[in-house]
Write a protein that binds this ligand. Structure first.
Ligand SMILES: [Zn+2]
Length: 61
């Protein structure tokens, strides 16, 4: 099973070493996540600067 990693910048969850959104290295140390369906109407998404639907880590170390 692959490790789920999180981008340090946009917090998206991915199995890749490199973030598919911003092409930056991801971290395997993260805590909690939120699922964003509609970024435009989600306060959490706006707070975290999320513009695309998906799974995002709450905290990335
Ligand atoms: Zn990213």
């Amino acid at each position: 099973m692959k490790t789920v990693r999180a981008c340090k910048t946009c917090h998206v969850l991915t199995e890749s070493d490199i973030c598919p959104n911003c092409s930056l290295p991801t971290s395997k140390r993260w805590r909690g996540y939120v699922i964003i369906h509609d970024p435009d109407s989600s306060q959490i998404a706006q707070k975290m600067n999320i513009t695309k639907p998906g799974k995002y880590a709450l905290k990335v170390m």
